[in-house]
Structure formats: structure tokens, C-alpha cells
Ligand binder design. Structure first.
Ligand code: PRP
Ligand code: URA
Length: 209
């Protein structure tokens, strides 16, 4: 079964409280999504393997550790996932980025794929999918399926807010995928929005409403 990690760090929770506020401007919303992604990135990469390295300082040799060449990729689900990429790249400047374009059919809530572009060696990389909202879970589950179809073996999912329905969907479809969230909310409403959530993440990031 997927592990769900809820990040209760005070900085993340404080920023999330501003993010949820309907009065928050597009500019501030974008900045907050990026900053929360950056903070979540610390925790979601906690298990990266390290290796010993000796570094010559002006005063002598320091026995240090650096990341052991782990191949990673960040994969945003378009559109809203794009808002989390800057924060991830700020922490991991050389990380490769793939893109999956999905939108939810407003009637069926089923994900519809319109774009899929990955780094050529994606099957050798550990992937962190980023998407601020895990609602029904249909988009995240489809993204995992598409990545597994091209040979990706290890996937993590990072979302800012999740609904219990989305976590269950991921547990059923992809029990091997660990989920990292800043909040686990109460429920979905009748049109598949997370309550209390923050509204439509894509619209709030791109100012399309
Ligand atoms: C939103 C969100 C997720 C999806 C979550 O995208 O960014 O991708 O909904 O819902 P689900 O868990 O029920 O699949 P949306 O389809 O609104 O597209 P957008 O990002 O282009 O606005
Ligand atoms: N997508 C969003 O952007 N918000 C929700 O609450 C659910 C899906």
C-alpha cells in the first residue's frame, strides 16, 4: 500500500493557509505554490543515497557526503503541476523535467491525455510527479500508468492537497507509489473539487478565471 506522508512543517502549513485563502492574488498564489514545492522537496528527497567524498578546504580535508549520482526526473502534470517545477528545480538545478498533459473531462471527471514528453533515458530515472491537487486521483493514477508503460520503475507523487478519494484511488491502482502532501482534506464535492481545498489550482496559478 502507498505510504501517505503529510508534511506538518510550520512553514508549509503557514504558506498553505495563505494559499487556500480566496483573497490571495495570482502573483502570491504562484509564489506560494513554488515555495511549498521547494519545502516539500526537502522531505520527499530525504531517502536519496549519499556517498563519501573528501573535499579540500583552505584548512585541510573535510570528510563530506554528496548525492550518489541518483538519476531523477520531475514530471509535472499540466497545467497546474507546472507551478511546482520552479521550486523543485531551485533545489535540484540539474534535474531533468518531463511533461504530461492531462485535463479532467468536466462531465466524466476522467483524465484526457494531450501531451507526453519525457527525457530519453526516463526508464533509468526515479520520477517525482508533481501536481498540486489529488482529487479523484484519476489524473495522478493515469500519469503513473503512462510512466510505467514507458519503463519507469520508481515513482513518487507530490501534491499540495489530497482528498481521501484520491489517496484511495492511488492505493488501489499504484500501491507502490508513495504520496507526499501538505494536507489531507475532508472530501470531494459533487463536481469533483476538494473541500475545503483551494479551488481550481490551474486557474489560480494562471489567472484563467
Ligand atoms: C486538476 C489538477 C489535477 C487534477 C486533479 O487539473 O491540477 O491534475 O485536476 O483531479 P483528479 O485527481 O480528479 O484527476 P485539471 O484537470 O483541472 O487541468 P488543469 O491543470 O489544466 O487546470
Ligand atoms: N482540480 C483542482 O484544481 N482543484 C480541485 O479541487 C480538484 C481538482
Amino acid at each position: 500500500m502507498s505510504k501517505v506522508h503529510v508534511f506538518d512543517h510550520p512553514l508549509i502549513q503557514h504558506k498553505l493557509s495563505i494559499l487556500r485563502n480566496e483573497e490571495t492574488s495570482v502573483k502570491e498564489f504562484r509564489e506560494l505554490v513554488s515555495e511549498i514545492a521547494m519545502l516539500m522537496c526537502y522531505e520527499a528527497t530525504r531517502d536519496l543515497p549519499l556517498e563519501a567524498v573528501d573535499v579540500k578546504t583552505p584548512m585541510g580535508i573535510a570528510h563530506c557526503q554528496h548525492i550518489a549520482g541518483k538519476k531523477l526526473a520531475v514530471v509535472p502534470i499540466l497545467r497546474a503541476g507546472l507551478g511546482m517545477v520552479d521550486g523543485m528545480v531551485a533545489m535540484m538545478p540539474n534535474v531533468k523535467v518531463g511533461h504530461i498533459g492531462l485535463y479532467r473531462d468536466p462531465e466524466t471527471l476522467e483524465p484526457v491525455k494531450y501531451y507526453f514528453k519525457m527525457p530519453p533515458d526516463i526508464q533509468e530515472r526515479d520520477v517525482i510527479i508533481v501536481d498540486p491537487m489529488l482529487a479523484t486521483g484519476g489524473s495522478a493514477a493515469a500519469a503513473c500508468t503512462f510512466l510505467k508503460e514507458v519503463g519507469v520503475k520508481r515513482i513518487k507523487l507530490m501534491s499540495i492537497i489530497a482528498a481521501p478519494e484520491g489517496v484511495k484511488c492511488m492505493n488501489d491502482a499504484h500501491p507502490d507509489v508513495d504520496i507526499f502532501v501538505a494536507a489531507l482534506d475532508e472530501k470531494l464535492n459533487e463536481i469533483g473539487y476538494i473541500v475545503p481545498g483551494l479551488g481550481d489550482a490551474g486557474d489560480r496559478i494562471f489567472g484563467t478565471k
